[in-house]
Design a protein around this ligand. Structure first.
Ligand SMILES: Nc1ncnc2c1ncn2[C@@H]1O[C@H](COP(=O)(O)OP(=O)(O)OP(=O)(O)O)[C@@H](O)[C@H]1O
Ligand SMILES: [Mg+2]
Length: 498
């Protein structure tokens, strides 16, 4: 594949070639037309001159026909002959019977055949008509015949000029152009090649820079953008924006991997310590059982983490499939509320369900349960003893909202934008503080719950939003699109379509 530079130069050369050829054709045609026009005018002037000479002679009473002159072979008087002689190439003066009174030197020089042809042409020519071409063996002549107005002795005169020169002129012009064209083309192509090289140098620079940047470790670097608003300037800016996005997503990926490894490392360390303790022959049987129990909890915790990571990985890949069916949210809300009551009792919280309305949405019941439970466990986890947690399910015009309100520690306004990010926790030290005595919640969460919850809400065409005030409490609201129309006939319909 030829380089763009070579292709551009070829295209330019081709265009130039076509232009030159077209120009040459136009020039030749124009030159030809003007040569014929000049010839035509020349012949007209000659004919007029001949008529002038003859009418002058007639007015002055000079005898026109004097009989054959031995020297010139002409029938006109010698003083007339002299004047006619100076006029031009082919001049003929005929008397009414068609006899040639005068033939110019050029006409006399013709072969007998040619001379007869020429004389015939003069006789047949339309008087006062336009000039016509007469083809002789030795020449091509543009001939114009005119009548003599007084004509007693002279009937018609004719003037002619060779068309050879006019015919040859455009040809020689074309020849010159053809001869010069290769040189001209060569110079232009060399010029074009040089210019396109200069144009493409910045592109090459950009290619080299991008190659250097995208080797993976230099994503912080940017292409020099000199503020030019031309195509190359815009290309640089676009590439810079792309590299910036790459840098962000690479960074995100790196952080995610680092966080995930870190979160897995902690339970592994604990697990190892527990197992070592359980295997220690010097510790008592009871203590061994406690260590084993802790190890079991740690395993559950790890399994939870891996499960969450898998969910998010599937979501990223777009392989997060929802087993969609009509879900009666009222029963689901009651179910999670019961769990909340049990968890709340353990944590010393008062859990209530002030509003509950029936509503049906199209969704995945298991995932919706996971979403609601994530919000409820958060509310319980981040609300100190003696606080209150309120769960509510209410209908709006075309949507359903599920709300979890708590009187807990709240979230600082500055932190609110980050809570849905993976592995984000308001204060890692604080969230690792034991919340309940003993149990798996000892070291706080992973910071994945809200990310998953938000993903589930969005996968259902809904939203998850948070409002909070530090030290006062938080409200998390899930909004899901309503499917009330389908509620009545949805079950048989989905059953029918599979
Ligand atoms: N109801 C709440 N009150 C106060 N802070 C909250 C509340 N819900 C979430 N947060 C803050 O948002 C952070 C992220 O919550 P998220 O549910 O994603 O993670 P987590 O609860 O720490 O861990 P897990 O992955 O186990 O859910 C929490 O660590 C906490 O700091
Ligand atoms: Mg959570």
């Amino acid at each position: 594949m030829a380089s763009v530079r070579a292709r551009l130069t070829t295209a330019y050369a081709f265009a130039l070639f076509c232009t030159i050829v077209a120009f040459a054709i136009v020039l030749v045609i124009a030159r030809r037309a003007s040569a014929y026009r000049e010839l035509d005018e020349h012949v007209k002037a000659q004919a007029a001159a001949v008529l002038d000479v003859i009418s002058d002679a007639e007015r002055a009473g000079v005898p026109l026909a004097v009989g054959p002159d031995t020297l010139s072979g002409s029938l006109v008087a010698p003083q007339l002959y002299k004047k006619l002689e100076g006029i031009g190439d082919y001049v003929l003066v005929l008397d009414p019977s068609g006899r040639a009174l005068y033939l110019s030197f050029e006409a006399q020089r013709l072969s007998d055949d040619d001379r007869v042809t020429l004389q015939q042409a003069v006789l047949q020519a339309r008087l006062n008509g336009p000039a016509t071409f007469v083809t002789l063996d030795s020449d091509r002549v543009l001939l114009l015949a005119r009548p003599d107005p007084q004509g007693e002795k002279v009937a018609r005169v004719a003037a002619g000029a060779s068309a050879r020169a006019a015919e040859a002129a455009p040809g020689s012009l074309a020849g010159t152009m053809l001869a010069l064209m290769p040189l001209f083309l060569l110079l232009s192509i060399a010029g074009a090649y040089m210019i396109s090289g200069r144009v493409f140098r910045p592109v090459e620079l950009i290619i080299n820079e991008v190659e250097a940047i995208t080797d993976g470790r230099s994503l912080h670097r940017r292409l020099p953008a000199d503020g030019d608003n031309d195509e190359l300037g815009r290309l640089s800016n676009t590439l810079n924006a792309m590299i910036a996005r790459l840098e962000t997503s690479f960074g995100g990926l790196r952080r995610f991997t680092a966080d995930a490894s870190h979160e897995l490392k902690t339970p592994l360390t604990v697990l190892r310590t527990d197992v070592e303790r359980a295997m220690n022959p010097r510790v008592g049987h009871n203590e061994q059982l406690i260590a084993l129990e802790e190890a079991l909890q740690e395993t559950t915790r790890m399994a939870d983490l891996v499960d969450s990571l898998l969910t998010l990985a599937r979501a990223d890949e777009g392989r997060f499939e929802l087993a969609t069916e009509p879900v009666h949210l009222e029963s689901l809300a009651r179910e999670v509320f019961e769990t909340a009551v049990i968890l709340g009792e353990d944590a010393g919280l008062e859990v209530s369900l002030p509003v509950i309305e029936d509503a049906v949405v199209m969704g995945d019941r298991t995932r919706l349960r996971q979403l609601f439970l994530n919000l409820i466990t958060n509310a319980i986890k981040y609300t100190p003893r003696g606080g209150r947690v309120e769960v509510a399910l209410s209908r709006r015009i075309d949507e359903v909202t599920f709300t979890v309100r708590d009187t807990g520690i709240g979230i600082a306004a500055g932190d609110l934008p980050y809570i849905f990010e993976r592995f984000w926790r308001a204060d890692r030290a604080r969230s690792r503080r034991p919340v309940t005595e003993g149990g798996s919640a000892e070291r706080g969460g992973f910071g994945l719950g809200l990310a998953i919850a938000q993903y589930i809400a969005q996968a259902h065409g809904g939203t998850l939003t948070a409002q909070s005030r530090l030290g006062r409490g938080s409200v998390f609201t899930v909004t899901l699109p309503f499917a009330e129309e389908m509620a009545g006939d949805a079950s048989p319909a989905t059953g029918g379509t599979g």
